[in-house]
Design a protein around this ligand. Structure first.
Ligand code: FES
Length: 76
């Protein structure tokens, strides 16, 4: 499913970016472009970040102090 029509970014890409540590809408946009044009998808991206955090995402901090989240993928 496409989350960001303007940039053609799929749900799976946004989840991957969140899993790599993007925990704000702006950081998701910086990583994949989602939410950086008209902005109408920003609420959906924010919901995806909140869901990932609420669903017990496993966080770890790497050697550079960056946070990485393991985000469970929904069943197909
Ligand atoms: S739909 Fe994502 S910026 Fe327009």
């Amino acid at each position: 499913m496409i989350v960001c029509v303007c940039k053609g970014v799929r749900c799976s890409r946004v989840r991957a970016v969140i899993g790599d540590g993007a925990t704000t809408v702006d950081s998701v946009g910086a990583a994949c472009g989602a939410g950086t044009d008209c902005g109408s998808c920003r609420g959906m991206i924010e919901d995806m970040i909140e869901e990932a955090l609420e669903d017990g995402a496993m966080a770890r901090v790497d050697g550079r102090g960056r946070t990485h989240l393991h985000v469970a993928q929904p069943a197909a």
